[in-house]
Design a protein around this ligand. Structure first.
Ligand code: SAH
Length: 213
């Protein structure tokens, strides 16, 4: 598959739609206009890649809806060089958005098949996260903590304590919390002990699964 002017046109339309839905951060809009989402999907979905919809990416997982990606990214208030931990690499689209904003991205995926596929794809595309880890995101990445922000892209039945503790003071954690439906939740770490919490509407994600061993 290639990236053509036709795809670029569709991306511009998608970016406009996201603006009307409330995405105000210009850099996020610019990322949506730039990143070739159709290349993150199976070729059979190519024609639909720029609809504001989630799609299957194999292993029972989905690439998040563009609005959701933009909404979560906007909440992170990414600055160049920020260190960001992402739980749920999946197709890698959200990772690519964060890389476009010049963040240093650490990303974790627990499905081996997807992990391998996306790692190959990143090599091919020259996307360079700081680290791609095959493992359980519930534990975060203690060796690389603390992070400027943490983004969870699967529905968490509860907020993993490890992730709260791996946030810098002033850092932001964006996590969809809930079982059947999730409430997008933003935590800002105000001090070592104090977190400010905001709830920002209902979303639907595949579940964040814990490896119990
Ligand atoms: N950011 C991805 C979203 C993929 S869906 C994208 O834009 O494509 C969520 C992903 O989280 C799935 O790939 C799923 O396998 C992964 N996941 C679920 N539980 C996890 C866990 N405990 N640790 C790491 N990844 C997890």
């Amino acid at each position: 598959m290639k990236d053509t002017l036709k795809h670029k046109g569709m991306r511009n339309k998608l970016a406009e739609l996201l603006s009307t839905k409330g995405i105000k951060d210009k850099r996020v809009i610019e990322a949506i206009k730039t990143i070739p989402r159709h290349l993150f999907l199976d070729s059979s979905f190519e024609d639909h890649a720029y609809q504001d919809k989630a799609f299957p990416i194999g292993a029972d997982q989905t690439i998040s809806q563009p609005y959701t990606v933009a909404f979560q990214t906007q909440l992170l208030q990414v600055k160049p060089n920020d260190s960001i931990l992402e739980i749920g690499t999946g197709s890698g689209y959200q990772t690519a958005v964060l890389l476009h904003l010049k963040a240093r991205v650490y990303t974790i995926e627990r499905q081996q098949e997807l992990f391998k596929k996306t790692r190959l794809f990143f090599n091919k595309m020259h996307y360079r996260p700081k680290k791609m880890v095959f493992g359980d995101g519930y534990k975060g990445l203690p060796d690389d903590a603390p992070f400027d922000s943490i983004i969870v892209t699967a529905g968490a039945p509860e907020v993993p304590k490890a992730l709260m503790s791996q946030l810098k003071v002033g850092g932001r954690l964006v996590i969809p919390v809930g079982v059947d439906e999730q409430v997008m939740t933003l935590f800002v770490r105000k001090s070592e002990k104090r977190f400010e919490k905001k709830e920002l509407g209902a979303f639907r994600f595949v579940p964040l699964l814990e490896d119990k061993n």
